[in-house]
Design a protein around this ligand. Structure first.
Ligand SMILES: [Zn+2]
Length: 433
């Protein structure tokens, strides 16, 4: 009699399913009672036997995680995840394993696991938590991550040539990479790192102290790959790497995998988070660091403020750019003049938190070096009005334009800046594209 895919995952196949899962997923079932088995969940670090095999009301054998991932799978879904294959192939594998000759394939989709072709990297949804200073442990983890990614990027000129070239094309050379602690997190497609460069680097620490891993996880430095609640689950669940021994390495990846990472510092030079730049112009190009457990404070982020604060106070002048690459276009002009009155707002408006920081710097001249929309203009004009200052709108640097041309009409009217200063750095200008 022809068997259906439903038939061969029924309670009658419990033993076969359990033993296959043991070899397939390296699941160690600890107690075996009738129709009920407990094991550490293979999809997250688990010391509590959170995974239970059970038979549901339709007589199907299923696995449910009562721990972190709350997942629920049948044997086909485990095979799809493990072998990174489609539902049809999973049926084939399971029927072959049972040596079931009279098998009728089901042509539909698996209800839960996305098909293998739905596996492009997703756009990340960005949801921000309320502002708060990172605690001591988080701060240390962020520092470790920044140093690691920076060291990695600078460690191998050949291997990371495409990244160094990409940055160099945008005026960011090695000394600047060093000065700004810019780093790189290799992608999931990287054969050596598999999107886990950071996790691998600290795996010994995690092995000794699971709390250290929790800190990395809570600090948003790693991504749980089996999280059905996030967009792009179909992509991330296929990055689970069953060849890896440790659960945190198997089921987690670097949050910024595949991105250039730019650490963000506050006025006191404390690291408060990252933004990650994707190399392609599709999807979310700039991924802001986010956490679920520990609130960071992206509203306060002003890229470069730790280097600019003293100059902003001295000249009572600030130049605001929208993006980080615009920041570096102006950086190359202002840095050699010792007048680095420059920050990037990492977006096209000033948040109330960032406005508070700027208020404390007693600024007279607000130079908005990008194309503000009306909301952005209103925000900065309110801010300038309160401090009795002025706003200038030279606009953002156009493609191929020398940033000094943008700033010249504005800066030459501000005390401490002169046309001569702007034009004296011809060496720098020659390097502009
Ligand atoms: Zn689990």
């Amino acid at each position: 009699m022809m068997k259906t895919y439903q038939d061969i995952k029924s309670a009658a196949y419990m033993d076969a399913i359990i033993s296959y899962a043991e070899t397939l997923l390296d699941i160690r079932f600890n107690s075996v009672k009738k129709n009920r088995c407990n094991a550490p969940c293979p999809f997250h670090a688990d010391s509590k036997d959170s995974l239970k095999a059970y038979v549901n009301k339709d007589d199907e054998v299923r696995f449910h995680c009562f721990g972190e991932c709350r997942g629920d799978w049948d044997i086909y879904e485990l095979i799809m995840l493990r072998k990174k294959c489609r539902f049809k192939a999973a049926q084939q594998i399971w029927a072959d394993h049972l040596e079931e000759k009279d098998f009728r394939f089901y042509d539909g989709d698996s209800p839960r696991i996305p098909e293998a072709d739905e596996t492009t990297a997703p756009d990340d949804l960005v949801v921000f938590a309320e502002p708060e200073k990172p605690g001591e442990k988080t701060a240390a983890a962020l520092k470790d991550a920044a140093k690691f990614y920076n060291d990695l990027l600078l460690s191998d000129n050949d291997r990371f040539k495409h990244i160094l070239d990409y940055l160099s094309d945008r005026g960011i050379e090695k000394d600047t990479i060093r000065r700004f602690n810019i780093g790189y997190a290799p992608p999931y497609s990287d054969e050596q790192y598999r999107g886990r460069a950071l996790i691998d680097r600290f795996s010994q620490r995690f092995e000794k102290d699971y709390g250290a891993f929790s800190t990395f996880s809570d600090s948003g430095l790693v991504r749980f790959l089996n999280d059905k609640s996030v967009r792009g689950y179909g992509y991330y669940c296929r990055q689970i790497d069953f060849e890896r021994k440790y659960p945190y390495s198997r089921n987690y990846g670097d949050y910024f995998a595949g991105r250039i990472v730019f650490p963000i510092y506050d006025t006191e030079a404390c690291l408060t988070g990252f933004v990650g730049r994707g190399l392609e112009d599709r999807g979310v190009r700039w991924l802001k660091h986010q956490t679920r457990e520990i609130p960071l404070s992206p509203g306060t982020w002003l890229y470069g403020i730790e280097k600019a604060a003293r100059y902003i106070r001295q000249y009572r002048t600030i130049i605001l750019t929208e993006g980080i690459f615009d920041y570096f276009a102006f950086y190359r002009l202002l840095q050699p003049q010792d007048r680095l009155v420059l920050v990037s707002t990492l977006g096209s408006y000033i948040t109330p938190e960032a406005a508070n920081i700027l208020k404390s710097l007693d600024i007279k001249h607000f130079i908005a070096a990008y194309d503000w929309d009306e909301a952005g203009r209103n925000g900065i004009e309110r801010l300038a009005f309160k401090s009795g200052g002025w706003v200038y709108y030279p606009g953002g640097p156009a493609e191929g334009q020398d940033p000094s041309d943008k700033l010249e009409p504005v800066l030459s009217t501000i005390s401490g800046f002169s046309e001569k200063d702007l034009k004296s750095k011809t060496i720098l200008q020659e390097k502009m594209p």
